[in-house]
Structures are given as structure tokens and as C-alpha cells.
Design a protein around this ligand. Sequence first.
Ligand code: IPE
Ligand code: IPE
Ligand code: MG
Length: 240
Amino acid sequence: MEENKVPLHVSMIMDGNGRWARLKGKERIEGHREGVESVRACTEYAIEKGIGYLSLFAFSEENWGRPDSEVSFLMELMVKAMVAELPSFMENGIRFRVLGNRERLTQELKDVIDDCMERTASNSRLNLIVFLSYSGKWDILQAAKRFAADMLADSAGPERLNDTGIGDFEKYLVTAGIPDPDLIVRTSGEKRMSNYLLWQGAYSEFYFTDVLWPDFRKGEFQKALDSYALRERRYGKVFK
Ligand code: IPE
Ligand code: IPE
Ligand code: MG
């Protein structure tokens, strides 16, 4: 169990911002605003604990179906948070990436994302990954399309297709090169994947807590890590 102690990649389904706000008699957006503070706290703690990858589900493809005012607030919040955090990414050696379907993002948002990704590309202390406009099914489909296009363009395509293994295909997912999450945390009491890392989460450990995302800070993060440290990951095999 020793090797389990600190997960290499922790992923968070940050849920419950709206309920947090309602409980406080505030607008939903106030929950999102407060949620950014939890992101900051968890990022600091990930560095403290020597976690290599912290990924965050910030906005799903399905979340485009929310009221326009909430969607535009969230997109604006992303821009502001990235601009505000860039100096701290550089100071703390954080490599920052945003992954997802960029089609519906504004040019301003795409520019800020590209700028943050380029500037932090050679940092290596912590990989901080935000999944924005992401869904697991979308990711698998875009990978399949790009894979098929490569096969069709290659005269040796049919042969290569026969030899294609899992590792060859997953290079086409947006997470190429990023290790699969060891631990997926979901806050707010919901116990579902909500179309998150369907492929990459195949063998992840799950930690569910009733705590709402804006209240998920270092102490709650530590509880998730404590729970993970006790897990026995068997990958289908038989261990004593
Ligand atoms: C998570 O909080 C943030 C996003 C999905 C963008 P919610 O906004 O889903 O909060 P609840 O689930 O309504 O409380
Ligand atoms: C999942 O939360 C998506 C994110 C945390 C970004 P939702 O609040 O959108 O999920 P459902 O609708 O309750 O499944
Ligand atoms: Mg929710």
C-alpha cells in the first residue's frame, strides 16, 4: 500500500457552487466566485503534497445549456482568474493547461488560454489542468475522428489499423501524455460521472463528499488523500 500514498494525478469534479450560494441567501454566481478560492487552496495544497497533476472539471459541454447570464459569468470568471493567477503560476512552477472543445469559446478567452499555456509550458512542479467545455463522449469521438482521418490518409492504414492498441488510440484524446487520474473527487453529494473522464477514469479511485465545492479547502483535500492512501488498487488482479 506504500506506493499508493500520494496520488500522481488528482482530479476534481467541482460541484455544489449554486447550492452553496443558495444556502447563504446569495446569487448562484457568488458560489462560483467563492469556488475560485477553493481552486487556489487546492492548488497550493497539491504543491505542498507533491502531487504532480491536479485537474479540475470547470465546465461541461452540457453546462452550455444553463442560462446565458450564468454561462457568460463563468466564462468571464475564467478569463479574470487566469489573468490574476498567471504571476503565481510562474512563481510556483505551475504548468497550466485548458482542455476541451474550444468551438464555442470567445476569441478573448481562447487568447488568454493560449497565452497562459504558452508562458507556463516549461514549468514542471505542478501540472494544473482545467477541463472547460469538456465531455468524455466528445473527447472519445474527436479522438476517433482524428484517428480515422490519419488512417485514411496513410497507404499503410489498413495494416496499422489491425495493429492499433489502446496506447495508440489514446494519443488522440485531449489528455495525450497526461497520466490517467488516480483519484477523482466529487463534491456536493452527487455520485455520478456527469460525462467526465469516461476513458481516462477507467481505473480511477473515487472519493465522494457532501461538502460543497466552495467549502472544499485544504482539510477536505487531506481527507480525500487519507481515504486514497487506504485503497488497494487491484486492476482486476488478486492481491493478498
Ligand atoms: C459546479 O457547481 C460548477 C459548475 C458546474 C460550473 P454548480 O453550478 O453545478 O452548483 P450546483 O450543483 O447547482 O449546486
Ligand atoms: C458537473 O457538474 C460538471 C462540472 C462540475 C463542471 P453539474 O452540476 O453540471 O452536473 P449534473 O448536472 O448535476 O450531473
Ligand atoms: Mg452541479
